[in-house]
Design a protein around this ligand. Sequence first.
Ligand SMILES: *Cc1c(COP(=O)(O)O)cnc(C)c1O
Length: 393
Amino acid sequence: MPGRNFLFIPGPTNVPQRVRNAMAIEQEDMRAMDFPKLTLPLFEDVKKIFQTRTGRVFIFPSSGTGGWEAAISNTLSPGDKVLMSHFGHFSWLWVDMCQRHALNVQELEVPWGEGVPVEKYAENLKADRNRDIKAVFVCQNETATGVTSDVAAVRRALDAAGHPALLFVDGVSSVASIDFRMDEWGVDVCVSGSQKGFMLPTGLGIVCVSQKALDARKSAKLHRVFFSFDDMIAGNDNGFFPYTPNTIYLRGLRESVNMLLEEGLPNVFARHRRLATAVRKAVEAWGLKLVAADPKWYSDTVSAIYVPEGFDGNEMVRHAYKFYNIALSVSLGKIAGKAFRIGHLGDLNELMILTPIAAAEMAMKDLGIKVKLGSGVGAAQEYLCSTKVQVRG
Ligand SMILES: *Cc1c(COP(=O)(O)O)cnc(C)c1O
């Protein structure tokens, strides 16, 4: 097959050449005396991506789901009441995991297309006079629907109620792409993974933890072994791990964090905003609707786009893969088939983002969806031209 396959799913994302080069290396001794020269500065620099000085970072050889498990098993006890909401595949899966860990989940069901119901959180926290709620959960970016929630507003709700609950954030598809501020927002545990904003293959669960959450582990009774913070701390304090770390991924993470810090986080976030806006301009030009119900929910890392009634968005994704060698992303769960998704996070620039827009137009036309070829591409181009940023010289 000539040419290249294009990947526009919301994780795994494109791995930049610099990172692939950094990973094309020999295996190494994870107990070598100079191994901490890699790990200790890396832990510090990963903290910068979470925008924390006071927190601590753990890097597990797992996916983001392992990070979820690390977060809860180290800080909570069976029967603990936790406040959660779900409005898509991923926010629901974390609820399911908490239930399977015998937590007492107070779950708020929200229509798909909306995000964390901050007012309802505020009411629940105010009403909780006995302080039974031990933790409050936020899925910052629901990848199934392309919805971003307001983490800072949840912190304000906790503060307004004077409530001591821990604040947990799923940042798997937002950290390193959408603004996330661990310290400023008083987040206690934030979970991420390697294969989205960090631009690596799947294989690292990256978890950032506040001092308050670290203290909570002393009384937390859920079982943890592989994901034990204590075991990690005992190794990590000296730059080592309690079991074999994926050293090649750590070398890759070193390079991707270098790239993010060289670009500068504000520029990384602005780039994601701009490329996401270009996609939204295309959707508007097509006359289609986003699953995100209101501009305040729009995600800068993934767009879920409804296809007109009577058409199958997932068939369109399969068609684009089959005929145009591009991976757009299928829709899941409640909206399976009603929409398709374009992942626009990670190592992307202007001309790259025109590709999934062009491909979606061609695939929709082939399937008989009334979309004028070039309409979305043109709208995105207009926007990108009018907001251009110099990249060289
Ligand atoms: C991808 C994703 C996850 C799950 O991560 P895995 O690495 O697949 O385990 C969790 N939450 C969100 C919001 C995600 O996008």
